[in-house]
Write a protein that binds this ligand. Structure first.
Ligand SMILES: [Zn+2]
Length: 337
């Protein structure tokens, strides 16, 4: 290979500052140095043609490689200059459609805000919890359905996705032999098929207050206050005895139907009441398993945020909350935020 000729080409194209100058120089170089080589090839004796042909091709290919490299460098510079020239800060901007906070976040923040004012410590907690925190510490016996592998997402023999935020509360209250006010919140998981009213993932708030001599009256004051704060002072509340493994007594709390003011309609199935949350006095076994020996009572309530959102804003499909549909978001923005 003629190194001198190639170096000459390399040195000369360094001075080419535009695509056109580079092309012009390459054409001149080709005419002056490459074409004569091909002319020489034509007249060579046949036995010398093969080697000389290879030699000419090597030079031609090397020149082409150097040329293309330089061409891409020049184009890069030219394009960046073009972009700078085309950028005009006076151009009109197009209208960006801005969304807003999710309706779920809005309600979650309202509820958390209410308990913050009552000096509860706010803890999101981990979504992966131990079976001990999710069930064993909460007096959930071996036959309870949430222990079933079909209903719960287990990770291994000791860990699982929490089925309720009470798992986080159980972890926090362990060994707390002093007054403790804690709210845990966030995603919980159950192995449900998604439909209008069910989702495999939903959002909960769990509230526990441990202190000596707490009564149902304390519980009722806090829960009634929350429900009036969310749904308005005019709503009525009703406490029905129920069963949860971690509270005794346990209550299902209903509110008077916001749609018919308690008169009876399709939403409340003509009962005038709508089930809204679960609450109760902590079961003595829960306090015992949390190693709490100096305090004899605790009150608790668990809130499904999606349920509150759906009732407050009249949604019939839980999936509307998650689907991120822009029309839905704009309705939230215009009417709620
Ligand atoms: Zn009703």
């Amino acid at each position: 290979m003629d190194v001198k000729l190639i170096n000459y080409f390399k040195d000369e194209i360094k001075n080419c500052s535009s695509t056109q100058k580079l092309i012009d120089f390459k054409n001149i170089f080709h005419k002056k140095h490459i074409i004569p080589l091909y002319e020489k090839l034509k007249v060579l004796p046949i036995d010398e043609k093969k080697d000389f042909g290879k030699y000419v091709n090597t030079i031609k290919n090397e020149i082409q490689k150097i040329y293309l490299q330089k061409l891409s460098e020049i184009k890069l510079v030219e394009n960046s200059k073009k972009n700078i020239i085309n950028y005009d800060i006076n151009l009109n901007t197009f209208n960006l459609r801005k969304g807003c906070k999710s309706i779920l976040t809005i309600v979650e923040e309202q509820i958390i805000g209410y308990f913050e004012k009552l000096n509860f410590k706010i803890i999101p907690g981990n979504e992966i919890v131990t079976i001990k925190n999710n069930m064993d510490q909460l007096n959930i016996d071996e036959t309870h359905p949430i222990r079933d592998k079909k209903d719960t997402f287990y990770i291994d023999g000791q860990k699982m996705l929490r089925t309720h935020c009470t798992a986080t509360t159980a972890e926090v209250i362990y060994n707390q032999n002093c007054e403790t006010k804690v709210l845990s919140y966030g995603n919980v998981y159950r192995n449900d098929d998604d439909d209008m009213t069910h989702s495999h993932q939903f959002t909960q708030i769990d509230v526990v207050w441990i202190k000596k001599k707490l009564t149902i009256n304390h519980l009722k004051t806090i829960v009634d206050g929350l429900l009036k704060y969310i749904f308005g002072n005019e709503i009525k509340t009703r406490y029905r005895l129920s069963f949860f493994p971690f509270t005794e007594p346990s209550f299902e709390v209903d509110i008077s139907c916001c749609n018919c003011n308690g008169k009876g309609c399709q939403i409340c199935k003509n009962s005038g009441w709508i089930e809204i949350l679960g609450a109760g006095i902590l079961h003595p076994n829960v306090l015992k398993k949390a190693n709490i020996t100096t305090i004899d009572t605790g009150i608790a309530c668990g809130i499904g945020i999606e349920r509150i959102v759906m009732l407050k804003y009249g949604l019939s499909d839980i999936r509307d909350i998650y689907n991120n549909d822009f029309k839905f978001i704009m309705q939230v923005k215009e009417n709620i935020v």
